[in-house]
Design a protein around this ligand. Structure first.
Ligand code: B4P
Length: 187
C-alpha cells in the first residue's frame, strides 16, 4: 500500500506519517529529512539544497527527481511506503506515478491534512524555539506557505480525479488526527 501525506508546511505530515508507518509496518520516505541530512553532512547535494531550503523555496526538480526515484526503488519500499513531503510539484507527481506503475503499483490513498494558516504559523514558530530549523524563520515560513499554494496545492485536483483524496481535519490533537486517519484507511 502506498500512502501519500499531503499538506502545507507545519500541517503535521511528519508527525502523522511516523505514527502511520509504525502502525502499518511500512517504511516512511521523507524528502525533507533526506535533504536535511545531506545539508548536515555537507554533501554536494546538501550544499546545493541548503540555499533553497533556508529561503523556504523548493529544491529544484532537477535535483530532487533523481532522489525520489532512488528512494522509491529501494527494496524496502517494493510493496508499500508512506510518502511524506513529496511529490510537491507536477513533475514529481508524474515521476511517482510512473515509477510505481513500472512495478504494477499506484498510490492508494492521499491524506490531505487540512490546517488553518494561523495554526500552521503558530506550530512553525513554536518549533523555531525548540528545534532551530533554519527554515523556520518568519520570512522562510511566509515563502513556504506561498510556495505550497502555488506548486503543491494544485496536485490535490490531479489526484482528486482518481477519487483517492481524503481530507483530514488537522487542527486537533495528534491523537485525534491519528484516529481519524485510522478510520479512513480502515486499519
Ligand atoms: P519538509 O521537511 O517537508 O517541511 P515542511 O513541508 O515545512 O513540513 P514540516 O516538517 O514543517 O511539517 P510537519 O507537518 O511535519 O520540507 C522542508 C524543505 O525541504 C522544503 O521547504 C523544501 O525546501 C525541501 N524539500 C523537501 N521535500 C522536497 C521536495 N519533494 N521537492 C523540493 N523540495 C523539497 O511538522 C509540523 C510541526 O507541528 C512539528 O513541529 C510538529 O511537532 C507539530 N505538530 C504536528 N502535529 C501537530 C498537532 N496536531 N498539534 C500541534 N502541533 C503539531
Amino acid at each position: 500500500m502506498y500512502i501519500l501525506i499531503l499538506g502545507a508546511p507545519g500541517s503535521g505530515k511528519g508527525t502523522q506519517g511516523k505514527i502511520l508507518a509504525q502502525r502499518l509496518g511500512l517504511p516512511k520516505i521523507t524528502t525533507g529529512d533526506i535533504l536535511r541530512t545531506a545539508v548536515e553532512r555537507k554533501t554536494a547535494l546538501g550544499r546545493e539544497a541548503k540555499k533553497y531550503m533556508d529561503a523556504g523555496k523548493l529544491v529544484p526538480d532537477a535535483i530532487v527527481l533523481d532522489l525520489i526515484k532512488t528512494e522509491l526503488h529501494r527494496p524496502e519500499a517494493a510493496e508499500g511506503a508512506i510518502l511524506d513531503g513529496f511529490p510537491r510539484t507536477a513533475a514529481q507527481a508524474l515521476l511517482v506515478d510512473s515509477t510505481l506503475a513500472e512495478r504494477g503499483h499506484r498510490l492508494n490513498h492521499i491524506l490531505l491534512l487540512d490546517v488553518t494558516e494561523d495554526e500552521l504559523v503558530r506550530r512553525m514558530h513554536a518549533r523555531s524555539r525548540t528545534e532551530g530549523r533554519s527554515d523556520d524563520t518568519p520570512e522562510a515560513i511566509a515563502t513556504r506557505l506561498q510556495v505550497y499554494q502555488r506548486d503543491t496545492a494544485p496536485l490535490v485536483a490531479h489526484y482528486a480525479q482518481r477519487g483517492i483524496v481524503h481530507r483530514v481535519p488537522g487542527n486537533g490533537t495528534v491523537d485525534q488526527i491519528a484516529e481519524e486517519i485510522k478510520r479512513i484507511i480502515g486499519r
